[in-house]
Structure formats: structure tokens, C-alpha cells
Ligand binder design. Structure first.
Ligand code: UGA
Length: 435
């Protein structure tokens, strides 16, 4: 079976490389010729554990190819995945599918024979129907089936999530298209992983509903954390106590600086706006979106409070800029909201991130960087942990106590061993617990 993937971002590149590793003949298309040249040379432009090895291995065995011209990869394809970006379009939060439409218009005249066109990009509900109409008019003689095949992988564990997902969802209207898609996922289904074949709208809604539910869970536990701070509980223990109820589950209950990344903020907003277009109000998810936006700024006050309410003479060390550990992605990261505000309020902001500093240098102004954590902390009055990088947990308490000017850590990920640090004279302000 010949597979073509349009778009070599997180989703497209991971899917293409993994399908090639399953043994299929895969060609990835990207308009950016320099990116194609780099990928052909084995250079993967994103930080994603395990991906470079698979891209190298599957190019060497001849299963994976990169091209920039549609003509080279569309006519013979059995399945074409559309995996281009669908960013937030406007204030209302709807997703911009112009790249999906442009790709469809470009590939339509090149289709030959029977082809499945599967959307892997997260697309607004009803996009499948819209593409159906597009192909009916742009490729009236081609035998085409539009399928929704949402992707549930996480940045930082994308390869593992693709190969060992909790489930695969295939939204197809035609039986032949569902069978073709199922054959692609056979190596996964053979391992006992559920492959759900549903109608297209169900698949589209499932993607938004999954991300919205998880994001709501996080917004919820963050408000429980606020309550714990006032009432004297500990949100980590509350999360354990409720998470052991199998109806709730223990994942995505870590209180923190608010959810970020390229998916949750965008998809929750798009879920709300897609629903509104159909006359349905999503009150629960709307509340989660607002609570999350407010949180990112509100936590700046916690840093100021750690310095007696005034940062004007303080040097602030920011540990972690990426929206979560395991990625260099800054999109919608709490750091994008908090760092500029800290720059405005503090005497100096010095930041560190194990992998995101090159991206950060092009993003923030007025920030100094420490090449190492020690350099970042040197002379700082307060350190703020924004990203849950494991190496921060391993920091030597003696080093911390000896390097900082005022020994205060605002741990917005609740990841440090507060007892040990406090035994070394470093005070730790966490989330959802009283000091
Ligand atoms: C998310 C979903 O988890 C994936 O299933 C989905 O495929 C993906 O979006 C997507 O739509 O493409 P991702 O954005 O990579 O994946 O990151 P997550 O690990 O889900 O984290 C999202 C945000 O929630 C991060 O800012 C993280 O720090 C935060 N988070 C997560 C918490 O604050 N607490 C938690 O308990 C878990």
C-alpha cells in the first residue's frame, strides 16, 4: 500500500515515519524545499525522542521518501493523509483550515484510481463534509473517500503514542475506505489495541471532545489547588484521593501554571466556536478556557509575593520555558504570558531551558539566559519553575542554597522535594498547598 502524507510537522512526520516503520511505502510532502532537503539528509527539525532514528532507518531501507512536489506523490497513492496546520483563526477561536483546503485543491486534479483522503490535522466539525463537496467538484471522475482519522499523540512522546495508542479512531462513510484504513493500522490492532470505526462526524467530534475533556480536567484541578491554598489542603493528595476512583482516573490531575501547547488552548477554543456555529453552547469548556487564561497572569503575583510584593529590585530566575517537558515548543506556553510580565516588573530576568533556549531567544525581549542552571540561578532572589523538566528535580540543594541571593523557589509544577530543600534553608512555595 502506498501512503502519502502532506505536511511534515509533529503529526505528519511522526505518522509518516511510523507507517514507514510498519513496512508501508510512505512519501511525505512538504512545500518547504529546505526542510525536505534537511529531512532527506536525516535532520529532523523538531525535538521528538526516537524520531530521528526512525526517519534514518526507514529512509535507509527505502520505505520513507520526502518530496516537495505534489506531482511526485499523489497520483499513485492509496491513502493520502492531510496533516497540515490548523491554527486559531480569529478572536472567536475558530480553527483556520485554509491550509487543508489549499492542499486538497492542489491534490484533487492529480488523483488517479481509488484513493482514501484522511484528515489527520485537527479540523472543525463538518470539515469532512466540506471536503467531500470540494472533491466532488474538483475531481468528479476520481473515486475518493474522505475519512477522519484524528491523532491523539502528545509532543515529547509522539512516537510512543503513535505506536502504542490507547485507541485508533477511523471516521469513514464508505466500507472500502474503512477497510483500507484498518489495514494500515493492522500492526497496532494485532497487538489488541482497539480500532474504532465510526462515522466521520463522530470521529471529528471525538478529537475535540478528548482534548477539551483533558483540558477541563486540568482547569478543574487548578481551581481545586486555589481552594487548597486557602483552606489548608494539599492538591496532590486530593488528586490522589479522587484519582483512585476509576471513574475519574489519576491522569491529568497535576495542578500547575495552566495548560499550554499547540493543542489544548486551540482545540478548546475551536470546540466552543464550532459548537456555537451549530447553536450549541459549551458552558463547561468555555469556563475552562477562561480559567486557564486568567491563571497564567495571576501566578505572576505569586512570584511577587515571594519577594514581599515587590520585584523592582529582584533578580528572577525562570527555570523552564517550553509548555511542558520533553519539547522545545513554546506555543501557548505559560512562559509566553509570565516572562514578559516578569520582565516588566523585575530588575532582571534570567532564564534557562534544556532545549527551548534557541527558540526563546527569538521570542522574548529583555531576558538574559543562563547556559546552565547554575548560571541562571547565580545571584537570583527568586527562582520560578515553569516547566517540569526532570533535571530541575535533581538540583543539588547545597548548590541552590549557595548560589541564590534570597533562597526562595516558586515551584509552579509541585515537583521539588520541599522538605529537603527547606532543610538546606531554601524555602519553597508550591501550588495548592500551604507552606
Ligand atoms: C495533547 C493531548 O494530550 C494529546 O492526546 C493530543 O493528541 C494532542 O494534545 C494534540 O491534540 O495534538 P500535548 O499538547 O502534546 O498533547 O501535551 P499534554 O501532555 O497533553 O499537555 C498539555 C498541557 O497540559 C501542558 O501545558 C501540560 O503542562 C499541561 N498539563 C498536563 C497539566 O498542567 N497537568 C496535567 O496533569 C497534565
Amino acid at each position: 500500500m502506498k501512503v502519502t502524507v502532506i505536511g511534515t510537522g509533529y503529526v505528519g512526520l511522526v505518522a509518516g515515519a511510523c507507517f514507514a516503520d510498519f513496512g508501508f511505502d510512505v512519501t511525505c510532502i512538504d512545500k518547504d524545499e529546505s526542510k525536505v532537503a534537511a529531512l532527506r539528509a536525516g535532520t529532523v527539525p523538531i525535538y521528538e525522542p526516537g524520531l530521528t532514528e526512525i526517519v534514518g532507518r526507514t529512509q535507509t531501507n527505502g520505505n520513507l521518501h520526502f518530496v516537495s512536489a505534489y506531482q511526485d506523490a499523489i497520483p499513485n497513492a492509496d491513502v493520502i493523509f492531510i496533516a497540515v496546520g490548523t491554527p486559531t483563526k480569529d478572536e472567536g477561536g475558530s480553527a483556520d483550515i485554509s491550509a487543508v483546503i489549499a492542499a486538497s485543491e492542489e491534490l484533487a486534479p492529480l488523483l488517479r484510481g481509488c484513493t482514501v483522503i484522511a484528515t489527520k490535522s485537527t479540523v472543525p466539525i463538518g470539515t469532512g463534509q466540506r471536503l467531500d463537496a470540494l472533491f466532488r467538484s474538483a475531481a468528479p471522475d476520481a473515486d475518493v473517500a474522505i475519512v477522519s482519522n484524528p491523532e491523539f499523540l502528545r509532543e515529547g512522546s509522539a512516537v510512543r503514542d503513535f505506536v502504542e495508542p490507547d485507541r485508533v479512531v477511523i471516521g469513514a462513510e464508505a466500507d472500502w475506505a474503512a477497510s483500507t484504513m484498518r489495514a494500515l493500522y493492522r500492526p497496532i490492532e494485532d497487538r489488541g489495541i482497539p480500532v474504532l470505526v465510526v462515522d466521520r462526524a463522530t470521529a471529528e467530534i471525538s478529537k475535540y471532545a478528548a482534548n477539551s475533556f483533558l483540558a477541563t480536567k486540568i482547569a478543574f484541578i487548578n481551581e481545586v489547588a486555589d481552594l487548597c491554598e486557602q483552606a489548608g489542603g494539599d492538591v496532590r493528595s486530593v488528586a490522589d484521593a479522587i484519582g483512585l476512583d476509576t471513574r475519574i482516573g489519576n491522569q491529568f490531575l497535576k495542578a500547575g501554571p495552566g495548560f499550554g501547547g499547540s493543542c489544548f488552548p486551540k482545540d478548546t477554543r475551536a470546540f466552543v466556536s464550532s459548537s456555537e456555529r451549530l447553536g450549541i453552547r459549551q458552558r463547561v469548556v468555555s469556563a475552562a478556557v477562561h480559567a486557564n487564561e486568567a491563571r497564567k497572569l495571576h501566578l505572576v503575583q505569586r512570584v511577587a509575593d515571594a519577594c514581599d510584593g515587590d520585584l523592582s529590585n529582584a533578580r528572577v530566575a525562570v527555570l523552564g520555558l517550553a509548555f511542558k517537558a520533553g519539547t522545545d515548543d513554546l506555543r501557548e506556553s505559560p512562559s509566553l504570558f509570565m516572562v514578559p510580565e516578569l520582565v516588566r516588573l523585575a530588575d532582571e530576568v534570567r532564564a534557562h531551558d534544556p532545549v527551548a533556549m534557541p527558540v526563546a531567544r527569538d521570542t522574548f525581549t529583555g531576558v538574559h539566559y543562563g547556559e546552565t542552571v547554575d548560571e541562571c540561578l547565580d545571584g537570583a532572589d527568586v527562582a520560578v519553575i515553569l516547566t517540569d523538566w526532570p533535571e530541575y528535580r535533581e538540583l543539588d540543594p547545597k548548590m541552590l542554597a549557595g548560589t541564590m541571593r534570597r533562597n526562595v523557589i516558586v515551584d509552579l509544577r509541585n515537583m521539588m522535594d520541599a522538605d529537603t530543600l527547606e532543610a538546606h534553608g531554601v524555602s519553597v512555595v508550591g501550588i495548592g498547598r500551604r507552606e
